[in-house]
Structure formats: C-alpha cells, structure tokens
Design a protein around this ligand. Sequence first.
Ligand code: TYD
Length: 135
Amino acid sequence: MTPQWITFSPRGDERGVLVAIESDHDIPFTLKRVYTLTGLLPGGVRGGHAHKRLRQVIVCLAGSCVIDLDDGEQTFSVPLDDPASGLVLEPMIWHEMREFSAGCVLMVLASDHYDEADYIRDRAAFMKCAKTASA
Ligand code: TYD
C-alpha cells in the first residue's frame, strides 16, 4: 500500500479558491456520505479503526494534521494540509489522525452510509484479518 492522493483542480482568482469534487468523476466511487471533523484538540487522536468495505477520501480543508496508515504489513505517516488534495483511504487500512493544528478542519467523503458493522475497532482483530487477506 502506497498512500494515494487525488489532486483536485482548484479554480483560484483574486476572490479566493474554489474546489469542486464530483461523485464518480473526481473521486473513485459514488458519494453517499460526507462528514466533517472540527474542534479537534492538538493532543487528540481520531480514527483508530479500519473499515471492511467502506472507501473514503480525506481532505484537510483548514490547518493540518498527520494521518498514520497501516495495512497490517506497511505503515506510513503522511501530513494532511492541502484543501486541494484528497487522501484515498481504501478498506482494511488501520488509520489514526493526530497532531491537529489550531483550526484544523477535516472533510471525509465516503462511499456508503454510516454502518457500525463495517468498522473493525479492535487492533488484534484487524491484524488477524489483514494477515488472512494477504495469505
Ligand atoms: P468514529 O468513526 O469512531 O470517529 P473517529 O474515527 O473520527 O474517531 O465515529 C465517532 C462517533 O460518531 C461514533 O459513535 C459513530 C458516530 N458516527 C456517525 O453516527 N455517523 C458517521 O457518519 C460517522 C463517521 C460516525
């Protein structure tokens, strides 16, 4: 797994920057849900789970943070700080977001509605599933 980025096409002029994200066109799935993370604390950690089937794209709309990615074999820590780029988060990637700057705003585009049954929140269970999948 290598972190995969989507670069959107910012339309900037003297009035500011507009970024349009269209379902199926600018992201590799049909968009069914958008959620945001705001009021994030500098020492806090979000995430700490993987999804079984859900596909997501994470965009940092303001400020910055770090996201740790782990597919059970490889780990990556990458900065999120560009409102014109989205990080693709495929299923079976354990992820944690941390080191939130003041005013950090994250927007997540998701391929399906919220379903708690799609989460793997237990780290040992995730490692077991990841090993089984790669065997
Ligand atoms: P969770 O996905 O665990 O947050 P994070 O990964 O950012 O730490 O979700 C936190 C809570 O919000 C949890 O009780 C589930 C709920 N939730 C929804 O109801 N709908 C949603 O779309 C999401 C993402 C979470």
